[in-house]
Design a protein around this ligand. Structure first.
Ligand SMILES: NC(=O)c1ccc[n+]([C@@H]2O[C@H](COP(=O)([O-])OP(=O)(O)OC[C@H]3O[C@@H](n4cnc5c(N)ncnc54)[C@H](OP(=O)(O)O)[C@@H]3O)[C@@H](O)[C@H]2O)c1
Length: 273
């Protein structure tokens, strides 16, 4: 089966392409680096020729409110229209657990817009919503740092390894479309402040985590369960503690994420003030 992974050079995309190829599928890693651009449309017709499945694991280079909305709306519209023209049978997109509860953030409004465009299209689809990646924890810490302190809410979070996210997306991509949304989460729940504290301790990072019920998460006031998947969501196998013992290069965020966090932080959600 030919499966085109848009964003195939990213954190999840590159792992996904490897897993699909191991299973014997013709997996194409498509991104601007390989001449395929979902914003301009460059390379899309060629890449999608003969494809059964399109998997969208792109991310916006900027998380500034207007930029991220333009990115996900334009990219999704293009992928759906080029996909329909190519006769794609299944459109799969990776989104985030709790997106509809996080709409105070421009990033999540853009992810919601992406989901709604997919639901309204004529192509059979599956939206897979994952919880926060372990690899994203450093980004959460950096985003919320003021001086030597990191103020974080104490809400629950159930993060998962990017490797497990890629496996879950792979299962969805090789299965039948559900024309709906499925969730995946990590094997354990943490308090957000405690998760970041464990990460910093493992990295011997001297920053101090301050639990603060008034602190925001990317501009959003969290309830206790805002970030948690629903009951019965399949859970990843890899545990945070085990991943912490990996080399730091394996748990550092990717370059686009760092750029995105910097852009969002310049835009400001109040966390840096
Ligand atoms: N971070 C989390 O905890 C979390 C949790 C749940 C879901 N998600 C979702 O997971 C998805 C993937 O995240 P990730 O961390 O794997 O992303 P990532 O590592 O930042 O990779 C982003 C990918 O998008 C590609 N891309 C950017 N602009 C593009 C364009 N115009 N056309 C085609 N491709 C383009 C990049 O290509 P180049 O390398 O060529 O620039 C790269 O391959 C995101 O949509 C995110 O919302 C994230």
């Amino acid at each position: 089966m030919k499966i085109v992974v848009i964003g195939g050079s990213g954190l999840i995309g590159s792992k996904l392409v490897g897993k699909l190829r191991e299973q014997g599928h013709e997996a194409v890693a498509a991104s601007p680096n390989s001449g395929v651009n979902s914003i301009t449309g460059d390379g899309l017709t060629e890449a999608l020729k003969g494809a059964s499945v399109v998997v969208d694991v792109t991310n916006s280079p900027s998380w500034e409110d207007a930029a991220v909305m333009t990115f996900f709306e334009t990219s999704t519209r293009n992928l759906l229209s080029y996909g329909a023209a190519a006769g794609v049978k299944h459109h799969v997109a990776l989104s985030v657990v709790g997106t509809e509860r996080l709409l105070a953030s421009g990033f999540f409004r853009a992810k919601m817009a992406q989901e709604n465009l997919i639901k309204a299209s004529s192509i059979p689809y599956t939206i897979i919503r994952a919880t926060q990646f372990f690899e994203f924890v450093k980004g959460i810490a950096d985003f919320s740092t003021e001086g030597n302190k990191i103020r974080l809410p104490t809400a629950l979070i159930q993060p998962m390894a990017a490797d497990d996210v890629a496996s879950a997306v792979g299962r969805v991509a090789t299965g039948a479309p559900v024309n709906g949304t499925v969730e995946v989460g990590g094997p354990e729940k943490f308090r957000l402040d405690e998760l970041v504290r464990q990460f910093l301790a493992a990295r011997k990072d001297p920053r101090e985590v301050v639990p603060d019920p008034l602190a925001l998460y990317y501009g959003v006031k969290l309830g206790e369960n805002t970030l948690l998947p629903g009951d019965g969501a399949p859970l990843g196998e890899r545990r945070f503690e085990d991943c912490l013992s990996l080399s730091s290069s394996q748990i550092l965020p990717t370059k686009p994420l760092t750029t995105a966090v910097a852009a969002a932080s310049n835009q400001s959600s109040g966390l840096h003030k």
